[in-house]
Design a protein around this ligand. Structure first.
Ligand code: HEM
Ligand code: HEM
Length: 257
């Protein structure tokens, strides 16, 4: 393709000011669209989907559907990134002299690796499964985050190369990313929000103690409300704390009586 150079003194393509021709413009647009669909859309969506399955009963229909959706979305995302990679490596300069290109090249590799790691997972219940999960979770989250960053730098590069405006695309992408971010945070808060409607503590205890319910029974009935399900380490801590508060309230109440 033809470059219309305005400055010949710069050494790297990074610093060259040039406007690319029509063919290159559309190649870049296809490159951007493919990689947005992959790391900016399908990948984060696949992550939200698998996070939605964590609270589902293992082996249940819901859990299986969400798992297959995660695998499907992520495989499609790896496929699109691979097509995008092959295309850019074939059609662009391969100079890798700015951060978009360097980070992008590293991402191509990381995306392929993450997809592969997904398939080589030990069965649940095996000790190795925890290590697998740690790697798959960290790499998957980083790849998706760095992918989002590279879309922003890609949009900047697009503006620089084609002189076309990218403000609208940047705003639209930011709206999308913010929405995904909010859903991600909301998934962690859902259980806690539901619990806000259930009183576990001194108030309900006074009601039940006034009805002369034995201490052991009171504990059994009240505790499962907050603690009777699968929990992570943080929730465990919170539950133990609640349990201690409950015990203290029982002792205090019995003393008062
Ligand atoms: C996660 C997403 C992305 C990745 C991994 C990625 C990766 C890359 C790589 C590796 C290159 C260098 C290719 C080569 O020289 O062989 C490149 C170039 C380029 N990309 Fe992306 N890209 C992404 C998203 C985007 C987006 C959304 C746009 C905007 C439309 C974009 C615009 C460009 C442009 C204009 C170039 C030409 C080189 C330059 O001027 O820096 N990219 N990209
Ligand atoms: C690039 C592709 C992929 C990405 C970015 C990705 C990302 C992730 C992330 C971030 C999580 C953790 C979610 C969380 O708890 O916050 C996860 C979980 C999971 N992924 Fe993937 N994944 C990919 C491909 C795959 C593939 C191909 C498979 C299977 C064939 C797979 C199977 C799983 C399973 C089973 C879990 C849940 C683990 C558990 O809860 O024990 N992933 N994935």
């Amino acid at each position: 393709y033809e470059e219309v150079k305005h400055s010949s003194s710069h050494k790297s393509t990074n610093n060259k000011l040039y406007k690319v021709n029509q063919q290159k413009t559309s190649d870049i647009a296809v490159h951007g669209l493919l990689l947005w669909a992959s790391t900016g859309f399908l990948m984060p969506l696949g992550i939200l989907i698998i996070r939605g399955s964590i609270k589902a009963e293992p082996g249940s229909r819901r859990s299986r559907i969400l798992f297959y959706l995660h695998v499907g979305f992520q495989m499609l995302s790896v496929l699109l990134a691979t097509v995008g990679a092959a295309m850019s490596l074939k059609k662009f300069e391969n100079s890798f002299d700015n951060s978009h290109q360097k980070l992008g090249l590293a991402l191509y590799g990381a995306i392929l690796m993450q997809g592969l790691i997904g398939f080589f997972r030990p069965h649940r219940g095996k000790k190795e499964r925890s290590y697998w999960y740690l790697i798959h979770w960290i790499l998957g989250t980083i790849v998706s985050l760095v992918g989002i960053i590279n879309i922003y730098t890609g949009l900047k590069a697009y503006h620089k190369r084609t002189l076309k405006g990218t403000t609208l695309w940047t705003i639209l992408f930011t709206v999308e990313v913010s929405f995904i971010g909010l859903v991600y945070l909301f998934q962690d808060k859902l259980e806690y929000m539901k619990k806000q409607g259930v009183i576990v503590g001194s108030e309900s205890l006074i009601v039940s103690s006034n009805q002369d319910i034995p201490q052991s029974q009171t504990q059994k009935e009240l505790l499962p409300v907050a603690c009777g399900r699968k929990r992570n380490a943080l929730e465990n801590l919170f539950c133990n704390h609640e349990y201690l508060n409950l015990k203290q309230s029982i002792v205090l109440h019995q003393r008062l009586n």
